[in-house]
Write a protein that binds this ligand. Structure first.
Ligand code: G
Ligand code: G
Ligand code: MN
Length: 263
């Protein structure tokens, strides 16, 4: 797809408007901790209802946004929205870590960093930045310096979609990550492919040896969950433990229920 197609440009203008007029929202997908046997986190996923086009899938607007400055506006918005959501969740008694997706190409962007540091310093709860590599961040001095500054400001770094595309052993060499998320292509075939099972097991062991916890993405059934538990995986995320849901839905499901009065 061409990056400067006219359709893309108008979609980006609409997207910038959407960030301000309430069309853009977020959903939260539970991250279930296998040892705690509880949801201890959630991934923040942008959701856009366009007045004419209807639901616009994030893969399409994120991909287009990544080709311009628009990705900075989207990510600033996502961070601010996450921090406001975090406050509201905590007010209902929900204490979970929230994870925002951060496009790899923003990591080396100084203008993004300045804003992000200010926003992140306002976070009241644990905040993860899930980074998908679009370039070899681990080999860029600026990017690495920025990651350390983000950590200094209180964020935790997560390597997203590990094993797919550009995300590779290169990212493990120098990225100061606290979490590694194994891409769902490996998780989906865990039951049927001995090779994929070996890859997942060794990725878990390698991550632990490097001091990272491991989240499996795309967990859709009990058999996969059981296998991951045996392998020592720390956290699972997927349709089995919860689809992405609205903030209201998340509160409904996870807020501590006041005890019913006797009688
Ligand atoms: O639910 P799902 O279809 O939401 O998400 C599709 C893709 O869009 C995922 O790869 C996810 O990481 C990405 N995505 C969702 N929200 C955001 C966001 O706020 N910023 C960035 N950079 N990516 C996002
Ligand atoms: O790239 P990232 O890992 O941020 O993408 C998250 C994406 O994965 C979102 O589009 C989300 O809707 C999707 N997703 C979440 N759980 C599942 C699942 O169990 N199965 C599949 N196929 N997709 C999932
Ligand atoms: Mn993610």
């Amino acid at each position: 797809m061409k990056s400067d197609a006219p359709g893309d440009a108008s979609l980006m203008t609409d997207m910038i408007d959407a960030l301000e007029n309430g069309e853009m929202g977020i959903h939260l997908q539970p991250k279930f901790d296998l040892r705690a046997n509880a949801v201890t986190g959630a991934e923040v996923l942008a959701r856009w209802t366009h007045p004419v086009r209807g639901e616009v899938r994030p893969d399409s607007f994120v991909n287009i946004a990544e080709k311009s400055e628009a990705i900075r506006a989207l990510t600033d918005w996502a961070l601010r929205t996450t921090i406001a959501t975090h406050k509201r969740l905590r007010a209902t008694g929900i204490d979970v870590a929230l994870a925002v997706n951060l496009s790899g190409r923003l990591v080396a962007d100084p203008a993004f960093l300045a804003n992000a540091l200010t926003i992140i310093s306002e976070s009241e709860g644990q905040l993860y930045l899930e980074i998908t590599e679009t370039a070899s961040i681990g080999d860029e001095e600026d990017a690495l310096r920025h990651l350390h500054a983000l950590i200094e400001a209180g964020a935790l770094i997560s390597i997203d979609d590990y094993g797919r595309g550009l995300s590779s052993l290169t990212s493990l060499r120098r990225i100061p990550a606290s979490e590694l998320k194994i891409d769902r292509v490996f998780i989906e075939s865990l039951q049927h492919s001995a090779r994929d099972a070996l890859i997942v097991q060794s990725t878990i062991d390698l991550s632990h040896a490097l001091g990272m916890k491991v989240t499996a993405e795309g967990v859709e059934n009990e058999a996969t969950l059981a296998a991951l538990k045996t392998m020592g995986c720390d956290v699972v995320q997927g349709h089995l433990t919860g689809w992405p849901m609205s903030e209201a839905g998340f509160i409904e499901r996870f807020a501590p229920k006041p005890r019913a009065e006797a009688g």
